[in-house]
Structures are given as structure tokens and as C-alpha cells.
Design a protein around this ligand. Structure first.
Ligand code: MN
Ligand code: MN
Length: 461
């Protein structure tokens, strides 16, 4: 059938990339992505991975080499490759976030209840609490001793190790809960992670078991393994996350399932683009943030000054006469974050013509925010026009969408924090199904198309 020259329909990535060469490249990218996702379940682990790959590629913390990496408190990271054009022509910047929703241990986490010792949690970011019950969990994080020594913790990932879990109510006794709203039925104070069940041994002289014997035993085990005491947990950041590796999904293995794809899929694809882009004309940069899921505040979040300090240092080294404002006003940015995929079973929460579809390439969102575009930094039409020209010139599939039906809700990204500098910025990232759940889904072809899109943006002039 001939293509209607006036009509627009998005193009499926599966159609665009239907050659053996693309299939092979897509396969190898998906394999490396699943390894990354399985290894990086916290912002610290993600930043460490990015740092390692950039170091292997010759990035240093000095500016003399033209490839600079600046990690910040192990939780955020800026990297840049110097272009042939002066900085006053602007950066081509991609921003993503390395944090994901999870269950954080409270600062005094340990309790004993009948039969078990547990850790109390305070959830981080937007979770649907019931999704975290009755499933294997792993513990990732750090414990800092009072002398400053840092102990890294990963427990429950090695198949030979035990996992952790939160027990759920049995259906036999859930009659009352079944009549409650979801909000009332699941309480944060019941999200207690089971850490142990066997009591500590009685001392030879003691008649009775010690008080809170199971908790005591857990502390003994932690003490022996990590040389810590209960007080050390006060200065710890321990996160309960879904245990086990990311997996392929479906008979065709075309979907990728795993925890933390919002927004580590954008960290990974932006990193791949940075490492594989041809010598850029504009200086290209990536910035990976923490704290996006709780509003982007804090020193490592997007509302901090860290990004500004990094660019000021690049200016001082590479073009000292340039003014920061000049550089910012000429900068083009992508806020690389995931978009809600049209849910096959909940199609009614989307407005289909403007919903992101799995398999149709990275998705532009001209604005985010909610109900009446509140809290959005809307990209201007000129920038959208330029960008789709860049992608169309390379036959890269893309789509344009908003989060869901206008009256139903919405969400924000870090775009507005970048827009505050005066740069051009728009959201561009793959669609994700089951977003914020312990097992998010993305499309292998979107992963591939997103790297191509980010690379085209970095190489564009
Ligand atoms: Mn996100
Ligand atoms: Mn999110």
C-alpha cells in the first residue's frame, strides 16, 4: 500500500530494525542490559558501574584529556566529552536518574514479633505496597561504622544465599481486608522484612531463653559477618529490593523484565550512547541523578547545584572566557526518563492516540506534570521540530505521548530543573509497563532504538 503523504502514524521499531545485523546488535545490547540491571539495584551500585565503564574508556577526573567524569558522593555522576565546537555553542546533555522505588530500612530497624525478627521499613518513592509482599527480597546498601569505615552489603542475590520476604495475610482471614480500599488495606508499618526465625542459644548457665532471642541471633549473625553492632545500623542505608536477576519475558524473549528500569534503562542507554557516539561537534554530557523518585531535593538530586559546579569546571578548563549563562542558554538537553506504556489490561486509563506503545521506539513527552500541565516545563515546538528532524534523518523510530488520561493523574521528571537554566529540554525515553513495580517490563527493540536516538542527538549539530 502506498504511504499517505499527509497522514502520520508512528512506525514500529520491529519493522524498522527487521534485518539480521540489527537483530544481532539488539541481542547483544539486551544481554548486556540485563546483566547491568541484575547487578545495579541501588543508585550507589549504578553510579559505581557507570564510573567503572567510563574509567575503562579513558575518562578521568581531570579536564586535560577532554573526557571527564565527576562522581558525587557515590550517588550522582556527571561526565562529558569535549567537542570540537566551543562550549559557548552549548552542550548536548542527557540526564537520567539512578534511584528507583524500594523499601528503605528505618534507622532503628530491628524488632522481634512472635516467631520472627524483622526490619521495619520506610518506603522510598511511589510504590503499590501490595506488590512487595510474599516475594523474595534482597538487601543492598552500606553500613558506616562510627570511625567512617564503610561496609558494603549485598545479601540474597547469590542463589546459595537465603533471601528475605514480607509475609502477606492469608485469604482465609482476609474477609475484612477484602472490603477495604487499597489505601486502607496496606499499611506502611506492616512492611516489615523477615530477617530470621531461630533464637540465639541459651548461655550454659541460663535457665531461660534471652529476651528477644531471635533478634539477638540476627544481631550476632550480622556482627560476625560484618563486624557491626545494632548502633551501626543508625548510620546505614539498607534497601530491600526484589531478589534475583532480570529476565527475558515471552516466548519470543522480546520483552525485558526486571526491577529498577525506571530509570536505569535511561542511565544504561545514555551511557551506551556516550561511549559509542562518533567524535561529537558539541561537547556532550550525561548527568545521572539520585532522589528523583522523592522530588529531586537533596545534594545529589536534580535541584542541587552539582551540575552547575561541573559545567563551571569544564568552562574553566576548556574555555575560560565563556560565561556560564551563555553556555546554558545554548545547551540542548534530553530529560531521559521512562514513559508509561499503554497497558493492555488497563487501556481505559490511557488516551490511546497519545499513549506510548511498547515497540515504537523512544517516546518524546513534550510536557509532564499533571491535570492542566501543572509542574511541567513544556518543550517548545521549535525544539520538538529540530529533534524529530534529527531522528528522521537516520530513520530512527520514535513516538510522542503523554502519561495517561488528563483527569487521572500524571507525574514529573527532572526536565524542569534543567529548563530553569534556560536550556532547551524535552523528555525522551522508552515506554515501560508495570512502572514502579518489582518487575517492570520494557521492549528489546525500544532499548535498541533509544540508544540510537541518544547517539543521534549527541552527534547532531
Ligand atoms: Mn523516572
Ligand atoms: Mn519513577
Amino acid at each position: 500500500m502506498e504511504k499517505d503523504p499527509y497522514a502520520y502514524t508512528p512506525v514500529s521499531g520491529w519493522e524498522t530494525y527487521n534485518t539480521p545485523e540489527h537483530a544481532e546488535a539488539m541481542e547483544s545490547l539486551a544481554r548486556r542490559y540485563l546483566e547491568f540491571l541484575s547487578e545495579c539495584k541501588t543508585e550507589r551500585e549504578t553510579v559505581a558501574y557507570v564510573q567503572r565503564r567510563l574509567r575503562d574508556a579513558g575518562y578521568t577526573e581531570e579536564h586535560n584529556g577532554g573526557a571527564v567524569v565527576r562522581p558525587f558522593r557515590g550517588k550522582a555522576l556527571f561526565a562529558a566529552r569535549r567537542g570540537t565546537l566551543p562550549l559557548t555553542r552549548g552542550l548536548h546533555l542527557i540526564s537520567a536518574h539512578a534511584d528507583s522505588p524500594r523499601l528503605d530500612f528505618k534507622q532503628r530497624p530491628l524488632i522481634e514479633q512472635p516467631g520472627v525478627a524483622q526490619a521495619k521499613t520506610h518506603y522510598y518513592g511511589g510504590i503499590r505496597k501490595y506488590q512487595w509482599l510474599a516475594r523474595p527480597l534482597a538487601l543492598h546498601g552500606v553500613i558506616v561504622r562510627r570511625n567512617g569505615e564503610r561496609v558494603s552489603v549485598i545479601l540474597g542475590e547469590d542463589p546459595a544465599e537465603p533471601v528475605f520476604t514480607i509475609a502477606d495475610l492469608l485469604p482465609h482471614l482476609a474477609q475484612k481486608q477484602n472490603t477495604q480500599t487499597v489505601t486502607d488495606a496496606f499499611e506502611a508499618e506492616k512492611l516489615n522484612v523477615i530477617l530470621g526465625h531461630r533464637p540465639a542459644d541459651k548461655g550454659a548457665e541460663d535457665k531461660d531463653a534471652p529476651k528477644d532471642a531471635v533478634k539477638k541471633h540476627v544481631l550476632e549473625l550480622l556482627g560476625r559477618k560484618y563486624d557491626i553492632t545494632e548502633e551501626d545500623l543508625v548510620s546505614a542505608e539498607l534497601q530491600a529490593v526484589p531478589a534475583g536477576p532480570a529476565r527475558r519475558v515471552g516466548l519470543d524473549a522480546a520483552l525485558l523484565g526486571g526491577y529498577g528500569q525506571d530509570d536505569r534503562i535511561c542511565v544504561f542507554t545514555a551511557l551506551e550512547a556516550l561511549l559509542s557516539a562518533d567524535a561529537p561537534q558539541h561537547t556532550v554530557g550525561v548527568i545521572f541523578w539520585d532522589k528523583e523518585e522523592i522530588g529531586s531535593d537533596g545534594a545529589t538530586g536534580a535541584s542541587s547545584r552539582f551540575f552547575q559546579y561541573c559545567v563551571e569546571d569544564c568552562i574553566a578548563a576548556w574555555q575560560p572566557e565563556a560565561r556560564f549563562s551563555e553556555v546554558m542558554l545554548a545547551t540542548r538537553a534530553l530529560s531521559a526518563d521512562v514513559q508509561a506504556a499503554l497497558d493492555p489490561d488497563w487501556q481505559d486509563v490511557h488516551e490511546k492516540q497519545n499513549a506510548a506503545q511498547l515497540g515504537y521506539g523512544a517516546c518524546f513527552s513534550k510536557f509532564t506534570g499533571s491535570r492542566g500541565k501543572y509542574g511541567a516545563s513544556e518543550a517548545d515546538a521549535e525544539y520538538v521540530g529540530w529533534l524529530r528532524g534529527v531522528l528522521n534523518a537516520r530513520n530512527i523510530p520514535w513516538q510522542m505521548a503523554e502519561c495517561g488520561r488528563v483527569d487521572l493523574g500524571g507525574g514529573g521528571t527532572v526536565a524542569l530543573f534543567l529548563a530553569a537554566y534556560g536550556m532547551s529540554v524535552i523528555d525522551l525515553g522508552p515506554a515501560v509497563l508495570s512502572m514502579h513495580s518489582p518487575f517492570e517490563l520494557s521492549s528489546a527493540v525500544d532499548l535498541y532504538a533509544t540508544v540510537e536516538a541518544y547517539k543521534a542527538f549527541m552527534e547532531s549539530c
